[in-house]
Structures are given as structure tokens and as C-alpha cells.
Design a protein around this ligand. Structure first.
Ligand code: 3HC
Ligand code: NAI
Length: 696
């Protein structure tokens, strides 16, 4: 026994209570303790059944992820599950909180399972680049059939107790304390003389068209391999005896354990939990926020107001005229109706949000009670400074004044007030009530408790908040501008936007950069190019073909034409031949002889640009840790989570290789491709970005 497992007798039932806070992960000590507990129960005269329960907030959240990548230690989890299942005693698992991954696999090795009404179960290993590795792919299909098991395993989703009951994963939903309910249930099983019921002895599931299911899952995974691999493991449960199926599952699990996808996803798992907890803010209390002001109710303002309403905050939205205020109200109502349709809120909550918690107004004085105001007016420094001057006059002392600017200097905006220490950037992403990323932009004079308030608000709104310093575009848009330029350069030199989009989708991005531009509206970047034209360095290569599209009135999806042609009521677009003509004409004018690019080269250049700018942002202190850059790209820019983020990708690719690429590209265009000093330094020292994460 270990002190992670508490053993006690209740009549003829032995209770094994797992106590490994915070979530009872199956560390070596827990596994050893459970095995020893089973031994003790079997040797304990008069014991006829074993009840397994979890202490604290969960039954078991799964294998201990911190042990992955280290040499495995006995007892191994699959052996422990088999050992529990082979016991001559009746074994019952009483579930509460979550039972995930190895936690559910332990429960599936018991003969019977009961669960609290709010309990959730699932096999989320695919989100870590793995498949269930302790019999989950063999036992679950024997309970609920191959189709449902594949649905559960390849999605990794959590199932509520009623759904688990319907699928036969649990036998009953029970109220009260898990141990009390478990003892009652186990007692009645013994009284009835219920038999042992090992899942492994059930027949394997009926076959499916495995290859078709495999192809479908592979396609849906956008390059992620673990969900498709899980299909093959479930196939083994149908085609092989249990023990051989288990061996096949183990083989696939071990293979996946060696992959970069597993490393990338586990990096993302821990980074997601680390990113919003800044050591320097540990003891800094956030300011109280219950009432939010939003200035400007366009795309972003309406989305931000919606996010705040959905989180239970009161919102006052300020617009310039009665008409624009009404339009903002209508936009918010549309967003809230969408949340109702998706089952996120009830009809009653919707009407309360819109009638009691929201006020759309045109008078500055309406913001006098707001605890925190977020400005989301036009992207224009003069207008923003004017708005902040007015906020300074009307807002109560201690109110946090935030700007949602995408690119502008937050220090300059703060200087328009008499209280720059209360000013911060809160950079949301569109649609703001859906997108998970929030950049918390800390300006020179921002007070620590204002930064803490930004993070606390992010948490309340369900966002992944990342700290950024002030620079043009902060972390995300600054990187975007650089890798987007790398894509434009490739177009000038011979690649087509369509090949680039397709190569980057193959890399795992949700969309390619040109399709993204069409979605965002080509006019936005066009306006920026015009603004910057006067101060642009002549060595900066900027394509003109996108300007030509805009000059002809083609702004992307919203006008039906951009890099792609869009038809009403049809998803996605088809390549626009006019774009190729424009590009060819420009190459001709610039005297460029086009060359061909392989998909691999496109991916390498795009990634090199992203990583290099990421290293610059880190070197300048704009981002504190490489994992901050990784989280921005994953949560705001469609970067494939299974690659861990650009900095993790660079580590796994090898920093010397990435630097060599950049130096090679610099031989063609030294203005654009200047290697980040931090990258050079890390290569010289033989260190990685992960080393910097560990140092932080
Ligand atoms: N192993 C190790 N640590 C874990 C863990 C795990 N399986 N699950 C959670 N933790 C840690 C978190 O890192 C966090 O640590 P911190 O406080 O030091 O940051 C702490 O537990 C609390 O976690 P959260 O902050 O995420 O708390 P929430 O309440 O928001 O969520 C949870 C709890 C739903 C359990 C969530 O943490 C989660 O989804 N965990 C992962 C579950 C999972 O993937 N299980 C499968 C593991 S793989 C497996 O079992 C393989 C097997 O098939 C062989
Ligand atoms: P938008 O043009 O959709 O909305 C701006 C709104 O501000 C309009 O409704 C306008 O009436 C209102 N407004 C203008 N001046 C005002 C004033 N003085 N007082 C009150 N209201 C005023 O613009 P959008 O897209 O919502 O952008 C707003 C801000 O958010 C900009 O700074 C933009 O850079 C930033 N942003 C935009 C993103 C996007 O994807 N659209 C993403 C992240 C940030």
C-alpha cells in the first residue's frame, strides 16, 4: 500500500479510496497502491467485494501526464486494469467528478460502475496525441459497440452521466456521497448474489467498414494521426481475441508516444494551464469587476459585450448616435440568440441578459459606474485619444480603462488620460464572444493590479489570456504580418496563393493565409498598406496584386470575390483566375522569373518567418516566455495544436536547422530575413525555447 490509497473494511466490502490531489492522476504510487489494495482485499478474510472511490473533486483524471516521456515504472496501467478485472471478488467503481482516460479504464476493469448525476466520463487521450492505452479501445467497444466507441474515443469528448448510462458505460446514476452510494449498491449486489462480470469476456463488437471510417476520421483530424490510429485499435477489438487486441492497442499507444504530435499536444496541455498564471502577479489582487462599459458597438464591441453578458456581467455600451446604438443592440441580440440556439443559455437567461443586464446609450455619463471600460472604436489614434480623454473625465476613480486596438501604441493612448496606470490593452479576437484568445497588453505605466484585473476578466470570460508588451501588433498580429509577408514574397517569386493555402492546410492550419484574408476582408490590410506606404523602406517587397483586387471592389467573402470566388449558400470558394492574371502581370513588371516551390519549402519558409519573429518578440521582452507565443498562435491564429505552437515546432525541428533556413533565405533578401539575435544565441549555446520556458 502507499499513502495515496486508503484501505478500510465495511462489513464484507473493502473500500479503496484514492487520495492523490488535485485530480487523482494515476501516478506510479497510485497504481502500486491500487494493486496492493486489491492484494490486501483478496487476502482479507470475509471480504467479498471491493469498492473503488476517489477522494476530492474527481474519481480519476487519467494517467499522470507528467510521467509521459520518462521511463515507464511498474506496475503498468494495463497490467493493473487486468489485475483488477481478474480478481475473484466483485469490484465496483463509484464515479464522481471526472473519470477520464486511464481513470475510465480503471472503472471499465471493475465489474460494475455507478456515477453521480454530475459525473463526466471520457477517453480524451487523442487530445494528448495518444489513444487509450489501458484497454479502453478494447473494453469500451465490447460495452457500446464499435461505432459509439469510435465516436467517444476519436472526439475525446466528456460524456455526462445520462449519456454514459444510455451507452451502458455505467449501470446506474446515484445521488449522495460516492462512497455511501457505492456501499449501498455493492451491498445490494452481494445480497442478490450478483456474478462477476468482466468486460473482457464479452464478445467483440460487430465489424464496420474500417477503412472507410479510418479515412473519414483521418480527414477530419486535419493531419492529426491519433484519432485515426484509434480506429485501428477498435478494429482490433472486433477482429482479435481480447489479449491480442490489448497487445495491438499497446503497440499503437507506444508508437504514438514517440511522435512529435504527442510531444506537441502535451506541451500545449501544460502551456494552456501555465500561460495565464504569471509568477509576478501571484500575490496581486485583481480589482472588483461587475459592470463593464464598452465604447463602440461594431463587430468587436458587440462581440465583447456579448462575451461579458454571457459571463453574467452587466454591460453599458456607448455609441455615437441613437441609430448606431440601436444597431449595436441588435448585433448583441443576434449574438445572444446564437448562444441560445447552440444550447449555451436558456431562453430565460437570454431575455434577462438583454432586458436587465444590457444598456445601449449615447451619453458618456452612462459609463460613470463602470468598473472596467473597453474601447472598441475605429482604429484611429486621434479618435482613440479623444475617447480616452472623455473616459478620463467621466469614469470613477479606480476604473480600469482598456483598449481593444489591434496595432496602435497603448502608451500613447494611456497618455491621453491623467491616469495612465489604470490603462491597459485587452485585445480580443473576432468573433470576440467565440474566440478563446485574449492578449493582455501591459503598457509602461500599467499598474500590476490592473494587469491582474485583465487576467481575472479573461478567466471570467472563459478566455486564454496571454501577456504581451507594447509593440505594433503585439504578439499575434506582429507575427502574422511577418509570416503573411513571407507568403506574399513566395507568390511574387512563383507560388500561387492556392498552392500556399493548400500546403499550409496540409501542415495543419485551419485555413491558409489567403483564405483567411478573404474572410477578414481584403480592405483592412489594403487600408494599412496605404497608411504605411509613405514611411515604407524601399527594400521592403510588397506585392501590388492584392491592392488591384481591392481597387476593383473585391474585398473577399463579403463581396463574393477575393483570392477565391464565392457563391451564395456554398461553403468555401473556388480559385479566382483573375488573381493569377494580376500576379503574372506584376511578376512581368518587376522582371521576376517565376520558379516552382514544393509544398515542403512553402511550409519551411512560412514557419521560419513565424519562428524568427517569435524569437524577436521574445528577445525584446514583448512576450515573456516561448509558451506565450505558442498559445497566441494556437488560440488566435488557427495554428495546429498537435504541433504545440511555433516555438515548440522549432524546438522539435531543431533550432540549428531553422536558423540555417533563415540564413539561406537571407542570402536572397537580407532586409526581410534577418535572424533574431535570441535564436542565434540559443543555437550557439545548444539550448532550446523549452529551456527558456523552464527558466521562466
Ligand atoms: N496528470 C497530471 N496532472 C494532471 C492531470 C493528469 N492526467 N490532469 C490534470 N492535471 C493537473 C493540471 O496540470 C493542473 O495542475 P496545476 O494546478 O499544477 O496547473 C491540475 O491538475 C488541475 O487541472 P486543471 O487546472 O486542468 O483543472 P480543471 O478542473 O480545469 O480540469 C480536468 C480538470 C478536467 C481533469 C483537466 O485537467 C483535464 O482534462 N485533465 C487531463 C485529462 C486527461 O487527458 N486524461 C487522460 C490522460 S492520458 C491517459 O490516461 C492514458 C491512458 O489511456 C493510458
Ligand atoms: P467597426 O467599424 O465594426 O466598429 C466601430 C464602432 O465604433 C462603430 O459602430 C462606430 O459607430 C463606433 N464608434 C466610432 N467612434 C466612436 C466614438 N467616439 N464613441 C463611441 N462609438 C464610436 O470596428 P471593429 O472591427 O469593431 O474594430 C474596433 C476596434 O477593434 C479597432 O480598434 C480594431 O482595430 C479592433 N479590432 C478589430 C478586430 C476585427 O477583427 N475586426 C479584431 C481585434 C481588434
Amino acid at each position: 500500500m502507499t499513502d495515496k490509497i486508503h484501505y478500510r473494511r465495511d462489513g464484507d466490502i473493502a473500500v479503496l479510496r484514492i487520495a492523490n490531489p488535485p485530480v487523482n492522476a494515476l501516478s506510479q504510487e497510485v497504481r502500486a497502491g491500487l494493486a496492493a489494495g486489491m492484494d490486501r482485499a483478496e487476502a482479507d478474510t470475509g471480504v467479498r467485494a471491493v469498492l473503488i472511490v476517489g477522494d476530492g473533486r474527481a474519481f480519476i483524471a487519467g494517467a499522470d501526464i507528467r510521467e509521459f516521456g520518462k521511463p515507464p515504472q511498474e506496475p503498468h496501467l494495463p497490467d493493473l486494469c487486468n489485475r483488477i478485472e481478474a480478481s475473484p471478488l466483485i469490484v465496483v467503481a463509484s464515479l464522481h467528478g471526472v473519470s477520464l482516460g486511464g481513470g475510465l479504464e480503471v472503472a471499465l476493469s471493475a465489474n460494475y460502475r455507478i456515477a453521480q448525476p454530475a459525473a463526466r466520463v471520457g477517453l480524451p487521450e487523442v487530445h494528448l496525441g495518444l489513444i487509450p492505452g489501458a484497454g479502453g479501445t478494447q473494453r469500451l467497444p465490447r460495452i457500446c459497440g464499435a461505432k459509439d466507441a469510435i465516436g467517444v474515443i476519436t472526439s475525446g469528448r466528456h460524456l455526462g452521466a445520462p449519456e454514459a448510462l444510455a451507452l451502458g458505460i455505467i449501470d446506474e446514476i446515484t445521488e449522495n456521497d460516492p462512497e455511501e452510494a457505492g456501499l449501498l449498491w455493492t451491498g445490494s449486489l452481494l445480497a442478490e448474489g450478483a456474478a462477476r462480470r468482466p468486460v473482457s469476456e464479452l464478445p467483440g463488437p460487430a465489424p464496420l467498414d474500417w477503412d472507410a471510417v479510418y479515412d473519414e476520421v483521418l480527414k477530419k483530424g486535419r493531419g492529426q494521426i491519433s484519432p485515426a490510429a484509434a480506429v485501428r485499435a477498435v478494429q482490433a477489438s472486433s477482429e482479435l481475441p481480447f489479449i491480442e487486441g490489448l497487445a495491438e492497442e499497446r503497440r499503437i499507444f507506444n508508437d504514438l508516444m514517440q511522435t512529435d504530435q504527442r510531444k506537441g499536444m502535451i506541451h500545449a496541455f501544460f502551456a494552456e494551464r501555465q500561460v495565464s498564471s504569471l509568477p509576478e502577479l501571484k500575490d496581486v489582487p485583481a480589482r472588483q469587476v461587475e459592470e463593464i462599459g464598452v465604447v463602440g458597438g461594431g463587430t468587436m464591441g458587440a462581440g465583447i459585450a456579448t462575451a461579458a453578458l454571457l459571463a453574467g456581467l452587466r454591460v453599458t455600451l456607448l455609441e455615437t448616435t441613437q441609430e448606431t446604438a440601436e444597431a449595436a443592440g441588435a448585433r448583441i441580440a443576434g449574438n445572444v440568440a446564437g448562444a441560445l440556439k447552440r444550447g449555451k443559455i436558456t431562453a430565460e437567461q437570454k431575455s434577462r441578459m438583454l432586458s436587465e443586464a444590457l444598456l445601449c446609450d449615447t451619453r458618456d455619463a452612462a459609463l460613470s459606474d463602470a468598473d472596467l471600460v473597453i474601447e472598441a472604436v475605429f482604429e484611429d489614434m486621434d479618435i482613440k485619444r479623444e475617447v480616452f480623454g472623455r473616459l478620463d473625465a467621466v469614469c470613477k476613480p479606480g476604473a480600469v480603462l482598456a483598449t481593444n486596438t489591434s496595432y496602435l501604441d497603448v502608451n500613447e493612448i494611456a497618455a491621453a488620460t491623467s491616469r495612465p496606470s489604470d490603462v491597459i490593452g485587452l485585445h480580443f479576437f473576432s468573433p470576440a464572444h467565440v474566440m478563446k484568445l485574449l492578449e493582455v497588453v501591459v503598457a509602461d505605466k500599467t499598474a500590476d493590479d490592473v494587469t491582474a484585473t485583465g487576467f481575472a476578466l479573461g478567466k471570467r470570460l472563459g478566455k486564454t489570456a496571454v501577456r504581451s508588451g507594447v509593440c505594433e501588433g503585439f504578439i499575434g498580429n506582429r507575427l502574422l504580418n511577418t509570416y503573411r509577408s513571407a507568403a506574399d514574397h513566395m507568390v511574387l517569386d512563383g507560388a500561387s496563393p492556392f498552392q500556399i493555402d493548400s500546403a499550409l492546410q496540409d501542415f495543419g492550419f485551419a485555413m491558409g493565409p489567403f483564405a483567411v484574408s478573404d474572410l477578414a476582408g481584403l480592405d483592412i490590410a489594403w487600408a494599412m498598406r496605404k497608411r504605411r506606404a509613405a514611411s515604407r523602406d524601399p527594400r521592403d517587397r510588397v506585392g501590388r496584386y492584392a491592392d488591384k483586387l481591392c481597387e476593383a471592389g473585391h474585398f473577399g467573402q463579403k463581396t463574393g470575390e477575393g483570392f477565391y470566388l464565392y457563391e451564395k449558400d456554398r461553403r468555401g470558394g473556388t480559385a479566382n483566375p483573375r488573381v493569377i492574371d494580376l500576379i503574372e502581370a506584376e511578376r512581368h513588371d518587376r522582371g521576376i522569373t517565376p520558379r516552382s516551390f514544393t509544398d515542403a519549402e512553402i511550409q519551411r519558409r512560412y514557419m521560419a518567418a513565424m519562428v524568427n519573429e517569435g524569437a524577436k518578440v521574445l528577445g525584446e521582452g514583448i512576450a515573456g516566455r516561448p509558451l506565450d507565443v505558442d498559445m497566441v498562435l494556437i488560440f488566435g491564429y488557427g495554428f495546429p495544436r498537435y504541433r504545440g505552437g511555433p516555438m515548440k515546432w522549432a524546438d522539435m525541428t531543431g533550432l540549428p536547422e531553422v536558423l540555417a533556413d533563415i540564413d539561406r533565405f537571407a542570402a536572397e533578401d537580407a532586409y526581410f530575413w534577418s535572424a533574431a539575435p535570441l535564436l542565434r544565441e540559443l543555437v550557439a549555446q545548444g539550448r532550446t525555447f523549452d529551456d527558456l520556458n523552464r527558466d521562466a
